[in-house]
Unconditional design. Structure first.
Length: 225
């Protein structure tokens, strides 16, 4: 009897919003984990990866592919997830497929609530702004990702985490409000690659000074006592 071929084991990581980890073999989701603390990415990501691997009875050496969400998202949290995925890819010699995090939400929407026309996926960008992208009904991104005021979004149905933050300013629609890490791991490799550059879309809140501050030394006056 011929043994069935082993399905590729895919580890998905996304920290564009909260900490999300998923593990899938083919169409079967083996483990998922989410830490909803938006400020605990560095402390929680690797323990969550290890927990998902343990739940599935796997080791990192068993993983065949990595999928990483490249944002858009706030600088610090997003950087943690991308750097971790890049390090794991290098250490374990795993191919890394980088995707737009908004594309995962769009795929969830299309599979669960098939839209009849174009729609928008939006996430919280803080500073009273949103990250967003526009999609046609099949879930193909045709504009964005961008960052702007909620009032500047196209007048289309909006899904994603930001939909419930601005109910009076967006045309919210029934649909996913959070990224499903199981979907990320299961179909992430079929989504378009966005390359190796994180989708920050704007500068970090804290930046290094562009030039050194001058320091003036006040010399005592000749006439001082």
């Amino acid at each position: 009897m011929t043994a069935e071929p082993k399905l590729p084991l895919v580890l998905g990581i996304d920290t564009a919003t909260v900490v999300n980890v998923g593990l899938a073999a083919g169409d079967k989701v083996l483990a998922v984990g989410t830490v909803a603390d938006a400020r605990a990415h560095a402390e929680q990501l690797m323990p969550l990866v290890n927990r998902c691997l343990a739940e599935a009875g796997c080791r990192l050496a068993d993983v065949d592919h990595l999928v990483a969400g490249m944002g858009p998202g706030p600088f610090t949290g997003l950087r943690v997830g991308i750097a971790t995925a890049q390090i794991l890819s290098m250490v374990a010699s795993l191919p890394l497929h980088a995707v737009c995090s908004l594309d995962v939400l769009a795929a969830q929407y299309v599979s669960q609530w098939p839209p009849e026309a174009s729609f928008v996926v939006a996430t919280d960008a803080r500073r009273r702004e949103v990250y967003w992208a526009r999609y046609v009904g099949a879930g193909v991104r045709v504009e964005g990702p961008l960052v702007s005021s909620p009032d500047d979004l196209p007048k289309l149905p909006v899904i994603g985490p930001a939909a419930d933050l601005y109910p009076g300013r967006l045309s919210i629609a029934p649909g996913p409000r959070s990224l499903d890490p199981g979907v990320l791991a299961r179909i992430g490799r079929s989504l378009p690659s966005v390359g190796s550059d994180p989708l920050y879309l704007r500068r970090a809140d804290a930046t290094e000074p562009t030039r050194r501050k001058s320091v003036l030394v006040r010399r005592p006056s000749r006439h001082s006592a």
